[in-house]
Structures are given as structure tokens and as C-alpha cells.
Design a protein around this ligand. Structure first.
Ligand code: HEC
Ligand code: HEC
Length: 139
């Protein structure tokens, strides 16, 4: 019986990672202790962008901001209608074009789930070393 259980556990470990190395340093079949919550970097200004197509990083906490099919809290401040009232950047014109390139009256479905592309930042060590350098004109 003991043997059967240990075989099942190791099979689960392989099934969960597919045998592929990942950035995780923990064994997925063991429940690790919860990590301390990281403090989100907040600023009244925006983060520098390192390349022109970069989705700008979010310079504020987003805890409690819901985005689902019924409500999009982000647009309550970032839509063209509301942005100036909040001093927030309006969503880009590109966010009105759907995947067929057709311009819509409101944010296109492929841009609705903001957090697919925009992320807040925490002051923490990078998971992966990155040597990316912006071109001189953007430094
Ligand atoms: C209560 C209003 C409010 C809400 C809700 C809000 N934001 Fe913001 N956001 C701001 C303001 C104001 C700024 C300008 C910088 C600052 O003051 O923090 C900003 C800045 C940003 C920027 C940086 C834009 C740039 O030009 O660099 C991004 C990206 C962003 N927010 C994304 C989001 C996303 C995604 C959500 C939803 C999860 C969201 N925001 C919800 C008010 C808001
Ligand atoms: C598929 C990826 C993607 C999604 C989803 C997305 N964005 Fe963006 N966003 C970008 C990129 C890339 C840029 C910068 C280039 C551009 O303007 O298109 C940008 C730019 C912005 C800017 C800066 C505009 C400016 O004029 O400087 C704001 C604000 C923003 N997005 C907010 C949002 C909000 C709010 C949502 C959700 C309703 C959202 N975005 C959804 C990729 C995305």
C-alpha cells in the first residue's frame, strides 16, 4: 500500500510539470507555505516605457478592481469618458480596433481583459535575469 501511494505521488509530480523545467523552485506535489504578500509599487506618475509597443505598467494597486463580463473597474477611470475626471491616461486608440481591424464605438473585446497585458509592479528580485536595453531614443 505504501509503495502504491508513493508511486502515485511521483506520477502526479510528473503529470503536473509534464517533466518540463520551470521557473518554480518547489515540488508541485507538495503544498508549500504561503509566500509573504509583496508590496505593490505605487506612484502618482507613470512608469517609463522601454519599447514603443510595451503595454504600460500599472503604477497603482489593483486590489479589489474587478474585471469580468459584467463589470470592468479599470474602465471606470480609464475610458475616454471618465479619464480626465480621474487624471488617468485614456485607453489607447488601438484598444478600439477588433481583431478584424474594424473600429468599434467602445473598447474592443480583445482589449477588454486589461490584465492580460497590463501588470502592476512589486519591489522584488526578478525571477529571470534580463539584459534588454531600450534603443537610445527611448532611454
Ligand atoms: C480609481 C481610478 C482608477 C482605476 C479604477 C484604475 N486606474 Fe489605472 N490609473 C489611474 C490613474 C489616476 C493613473 C495615472 C497614474 C497615477 O496617478 O497612479 C493610472 C495609471 C494607469 C496605467 C499607466 C498608464 C501610462 O500611461 O503609463 C495603467 C496601464 C493603468 N492605470 C491600468 C489600469 C488597469 C488595468 C486597471 C484595472 C485593473 C486600472 N488601471 C484601474 C486610475 C485608475
Ligand atoms: C492585448 C493586450 C492589451 C490589452 C488586453 C489591453 N491593453 Fe492597454 N495597451 C496595450 C499596449 C501594447 C499599449 C501601448 C501601445 C498602444 O497604445 O497600443 C497599451 C496602452 C494603454 C494605455 C496608455 C495609452 C496612452 O495613450 O499612452 C492605457 C491607459 C491602457 N493601455 C489601458 C488599458 C485598459 C484599461 C485595458 C482594459 C480595458 C487595456 N489597456 C487592455 C496592450 C493592451
Amino acid at each position: 500500500m505504501t509503495l502504491l501511494v508513493s508511486t502515485m505521488v511521483s506520477m502526479t509530480a510528473v503529470a503536473e510539470t509534464g517533466g518540463i523545467d520551470s521557473l518554480r523552485t518547489i515540488d508541485l506535489s507538495v503544498e508549500p507555505p504561503a509566500e509573504a504578500m509583496k508590496k505593490v509599487l505605487e506612484s502618482d506618475t507613470t512608469f517609463h516605457r522601454d519599447f514603443i509597443e510595451q503595454p504600460p505598467l500599472i503604477p497603482h494597486d489593483i486590489r479589489g478592481y474587478t474585471v469580468n463580463k459584467d463589470v470592468n473597474t479599470c474602465l471606470q477611470c480609464h475610458s475616454w469618458k471618465n479619464a480626465s475626471k480621474w487624471g488617468a491616461t485614456r485607453i489607447s486608440v488601438t484598444h478600439f480596433y477588433d481583431r478584424e481591424g474594424k473600429q468599434r464605438a467602445d473598447v474592443a473585446p480583445n482589449r477588454y481583459f486589461c490584465l492580460q497585458c497590463h501588470v502592476p509592479q512589486a519591489d522584488t528580485a526578478p525571477l529571470q535575469k534580463n539584459n534588454f536595453e531600450p534603443v537610445d531614443s527611448l532611454k
